[in-house]
Design a protein around this ligand. Structure first.
Ligand SMILES: *[C@@H]1O[C@H](CO)[C@@H](O)[C@H](O)[C@H]1NC(C)=O
Length: 293
């Protein structure tokens, strides 16, 4: 009976949501070199299977990182990552989009390592016009070191959605009408890096990197980029409104996606700037647009 009711309820939600929301397309795997180049410490990146899989290495001398060759205005940006296994305390693995100017826009995923068996934290942030301070932190519902999982950002003129696999973990709506800047005219590059941040990453910096466990290794694949490639100076994308991520079903989440987002908020969220009244006595304006907060 319970499961019958549940099915009725779910179908109702599906009907109610119509064809509004949709999960992003599954990206295809292409070799690293097609879209990316190393940024620093080139010798700390290792390539496998013709470059379709890579490893970043952090040791006591240096971490490393890579970036996209192109800059993009809107799209769906994803990466398959297997985080540093075992004792990863003090390490941070990041995957983000960022524009290259002073009042920059940025969309961030940061994975904060931990001692063996202790949970990673996924911290996300959004910068618009150089202003950040929009951290959210969650635990994941799986061990991110065991298998590849897909971390992605959908970015169009309506919203920025952070996905972990197919689950939306965060939405940043375009709240231009509330006076909040929204990234729309500064092309961004994709970046990823692995580095030592034991001054803040794990339990606020209490847990230090254990260099006797080095090297620390994160593994990546899936280097396809689904975005509108722009020149660094482009103020708009001439295909805007015509690509799949601009279409109706990607302009808002549907009821099922909002349900999953609520599930993440209720069960896995450990910090949300929208509800931090110590740091922000008045919540940021965009938080009002935030479904159910
Ligand atoms: C690491 O583990 C501790 C203890 O379980 C936990 O409090 C903390 O949130 C975890 N993650 C990080 C990145 O500190």
């Amino acid at each position: 009976m319970a499961s019958f009711l549940w099915t009725v309820c779910l179908s109702f939600l599906l009907l109610a949501s119509g064809s509004k929301g949709a999960a992003p397309r599954k990206p295809i795997d292409v070799p690293f070199g097609r879209n990316y180049v190393p940024t620093w410490a080139f010798d700390h990146i290792k390539y496998f299977n013709g470059g379709s899989e890579i490893q970043l290495t952090l040791d006591k001398y240096t971490g490393t990182g890579f970036q996209s060759k192109g800059s993009y205005l809107f799209g769906h940006f994803s990466m398959h990552i297997k985080m540093v296994p075992g004792d990863s305390a003090g390490t941070v693995t990041a995957f983000y989009l960022s524009s290259q100017n002073s009042e920059h826009d940025e969309i961030d995923f940061e994975f904060l390592g931990n001692r063996t068996g202790q949970p990673y934290i996924l911290q996300t942030n959004v910068f618009t016009g150089g202003k950040g301070d929009r951290e959210q932190r969650i635990y994941l519902w799986f061990d991110p070191t065991r298998e590849y999982h897909t971390y992605s950002a959908l970015w169009n003129i309506y919203q920025i959605v952070f996905f972990v696999d197919d689950v939306p973990i965060r939405v940043f709506k375009n709240s231009k009408d509330l006076g909040v800047r929204f990234p729309f005219n500064q092309p961004m590059k994709l970046y990823s890096s692995l580095w030592n941040a034991d001054d803040w990453a794990t339990r606020g910096g209490l847990e230090k990197t254990d260099w006797s466990k080095a090297p620390f290794i994160a593994t990546y694949k899936g280097f396809h980029i689904d975005g509108c490639e722009a020149s660094v100076n482009a103020k708009f994308c001439d295909t805007q409104g015509k690509r799949w991520w601009d279409q109706k079903e990607f302009q808002d989440l549907d009821a099922i996606q909002y349900q999953r987002l609520d599930w993440v908020r209720q069960k896995y969220t450990i910090y949300n700037y929208c509800t931090d009244r110590v740091r922000f006595p008045t919540a940021a304006p965009e938080c009002k647009q935030d479904h159910d907060i």
